[in-house]
Design a protein around this ligand. Sequence first.
Ligand code: FE2
Length: 216
Amino acid sequence: MRRKLLDVDGRRSFIRGASVFALTTVALPPAVACLRAAPVEDARGAGRPSRIEIAGREEPGARMGMSGTVYGVDAKPVPGVKIFLYQTDAEGYYSRRVSDPRRARLRGTVWTDAQGRYAFETVKPAHYANVASQPAMHIHVHLEPPGLPDHWVDSYYFDGDPKLQSGVVERARGLGRFSNVVALGPGESGVAQGVRDFRIDPAQAERNRLVDGWYR
Ligand SMILES: [Fe+2]
């Protein structure tokens, strides 16, 4: 199933670098770990975890956690929102030997609980490997609220990343917990923590809807 490769901010850089990337990411070390998206806690019953672990403990990289709440247009928390996430590993690869976002090894799906909350733990992604023009490091995110299309929204970015584009920073300014540029703070057991809330936008859901896993 095909999925859109990049968020708006990363797309152009990816397209410029994709051909070079695909040709140069060969003969690399084998993947360290297979896909891990095991539920850490299931607040809504079997198969619908509200907390997941995208990267297992054996995955190299700086561990980080993210949590937040999804709100509706009425500003009330929305339960049962499907959140799909995918990212590079800590060396900038979605997959190996060829890095392909559509086959991202580090990915997972989480659903908001009865209070609209979600959480995931993973390793911090990296700038794309072997790509001349790199976007800021990011985690892609798709939302599927009940009754609305599965759609992409702005990726998670990380405060302080020197590759953040000024436009991304400007758009995120003043949004508080709704900002997609997240500041990771110290957390328990060496796992840095960030917060991002979402506000469902039905118009955006239509505009950014995924068709057969791909962008319209
Ligand atoms: Fe990406």
